[in-house]
Write a protein of this length. Structure first.
Length: 101
């Protein structure tokens, strides 16, 4: 399993191809990893990151999300966000359903 904030998935040819094809989602996914890696980044960006994520997943086919190189970090971000802000459960569920296999 992937550790929260592990950016290993966000490098290499597979990531570069994904980022070129889906730049908005790639940026939001990278923001997820950065927020998970740092409490300061989490405090400053978690809300905005969730909004970016929700906006970008709407335009991506589910099969692309399931195979996305950043999927693990997004799922971990969603889990943490939901545990810290239970009132956002519906918004988080919307994103998690998109990434479900």
């Amino acid at each position: 399993s992937t550790a929260p904030g592990d950016v290993a998935e966000l490098a290499g040819p597979r990531w570069e191809a994904f980022a070129a094809l889906r730049p908005e989602l790639a940026a939001a996914s990278q923001a997820c990893a950065e927020a998970l890696a740092s409490p300061v980044a989490w405090h400053n960006s978690a809300e905005g990151t969730l909004c970016r994520l929700r906006r970008s997943v709407r335009h991506v086919p589910r099969e692309d999300l399931v195979e996305a190189p950043c999927r693990d970090q997004v799922v971990l971000f969603c889990q943490r966000f939901e545990s810290m802000r239970p009132a956002a459960r519906n918004q988080i569920s919307e994103v998690r359903r998109c990434y479900a296999g």
